[in-house]
Design a protein around this ligand. Structure first.
Ligand code: ZN
Length: 84
């Protein structure tokens, strides 16, 4: 009985430490900005992502999609030379 309770307590401590670690990283401004930076892509007219939707690289785009920079990179987009 005693050993079982001890085990449960340890698991609880590990979970708590994990939660603290997660909330700690979210609270770090640099990490939050990098993860949530928004860019604009034109899926039907190129494989570039743009930091501004007013970029002339997007002027001919029929559709402009806003997404995080991470997602754009994951989908194979590279950064625009005009607005970056
Ligand atoms: Zn651009």
């Amino acid at each position: 009985m005693q050993a079982k309770r001890c085990y449960k307590q340890r698991i609880g401590t590990i979970l708590l430490a994990g939660l603290l670690a997660v909330s700690g990283s979210v609270a770090t401004p640099q990490v939050a900005v990098a993860a949530s930076a928004k860019v604009y892509v034109a899926p039907d007219s190129g494989k570039k992502y743009h930091s501004s939707k007013d970029c002339r690289g997007l002027s001919n785009a029929n559709e402009i999609v806003k997404m995080t920079k991470k997602k754009a990179k994951d989908q194979g987009y590279t950064k625009c030379k005009i607005c970056n």
